[in-house]
Design a protein around this ligand. Structure first.
Ligand code: NDP
Length: 282
């Protein structure tokens, strides 16, 4: 079997068409405020892509650049200012941050209604109760890719490798909402020598670890749907966490690059629209 590619761009394109229409019908452009602390090539690239996507959709993208030496107190104060600005609908803090700033601590100062990354404890709480309007972007992208395969998740064996707060954990909650049977693997699973046995059961497999080739071709169940979130830079090339030859056994597989990545920024735009709707009580 040779897997069909689950490419992010065409799926993102369809979602963006709908977003554009809905944003136009709002009358007033949603505003996304982006905070970048210091200069970093990675952050610059994200900002460029976010700005381009926002402008194409009719979202007003405001970039606020703060100095490398900004302290947590000053950043908190800046966030409060954006929280209190009625024109601002969404706030995102660009990564990476300078060493003196603790992202986890600082991101909690963003008002939950303006938390377009979906990482505020209040928004994670809504995920647990199954009524989240704003979900963490990478987890939401993975769900869109799975949806595009056409699979009915009800009762399916779904295995997630990686239990980070931005991908594995929120994704497990989104999948439970669909009544999938979810197994979440992590470093403990690998150390116990059980990763292979769990992956081999997966009808749907999502891998978000950041270790190239951690999932071997032979571990893939015949016909499985595989979402590879991992990004690894090896010899100047970007590759995923799953052996690319897994495509010979899977029914659907995401390419790396070109799978999850292009959808993640689209989910950020979707969350910005949701935030604007929440604030305007639409
Ligand atoms: P983290 O480092 O936060 O999480 C990695 C997870 O993998 C942790 O749960 C870790 O467990 C687990 N892990 C580490 N080693 C093993 C192992 N040997 N066996 C099983 N599990 C293991 O990374 P992120 O979640 O932020 O990102 C994961 C990958 O996804 C990265 O490559 C990142 O670049 C990519 N990514 C891609 C995005 C996209 O848009 N395409 C967006 C976000 C991330 P423990 O914590 O217990 O060690």
């Amino acid at each position: 079997m040779s897997a069909k590619l689950l490419e992010g761009k065409p799926i993102a394109g369809k979602i963006k068409e709908d977003l554009k229409q809905e944003i136009q019908s709002l009358g007033e452009a949603p505003v996304l405020a982006s905070i970048q602390v210091g200069d970093n090539a990675g952050a610059e690239a994200y900002v460029r892509s976010q700005k381009k996507n926002a402008e194409n959709l009719g979202i007003d993208y405001q970039l606020h650049k703060l100095g490398d030496d900004t302290e947590e107190a000053a950043l908190t104060e800046f966030i409060q200012k954006l929280n209190n600005d009625d024109k601002v609908n969404g706030i995102i803090i660009q990564m990476p941050l300078p060493a003196q700033i603790d992202y986890k601590k600082i991101s909690r100062y963003i008002k939950p209604e303006k938390d377009v990354e979906g990482m505020h404890p209040a928004n994670i709480g809504k995920l647990v109760f199954g009524n989240a309007k704003i979900s963490p972007c990478t987890a939401a992208s993975s769900m869109e890719l799975i949806k595009a395969s056409g699979v009915d998740l009800y009762g399916k064996e779904v295995v997630i490798v990686g239990h980070s707060e931005i991908v594995g954990k929120p994704l497990s909650l989104l999948l439970l909402e669909k009544f999938a049977t979810v197994t979440v693997c992590h470093i403990g699973t690998s150390k116990a020598g059980k990763l292979e046995e769990h992956v081999k059961r997966a009808e749907v497999l999502i891998v978000a670890v950041g270790k190239a080739g951690i999932v071997k071709k032979d571990w893939i169940k015949e016909g499985a749907i595989v979402v590879d979130v991992g990004i690894n830079r090896i010899d100047g090339k970007i590759i995923g966490d799953v052996d690319p030859e897994a495509a010979e056994r899977a029914s659907f597989i995401t390419p790396v690059p070109g799978g999850v990545g292009p959808l993640t920024v689209t989910m950020l735009m979707k969350n910005t629209l949701e935030a604007a709707k929440l604030q305007r009580a639409i």
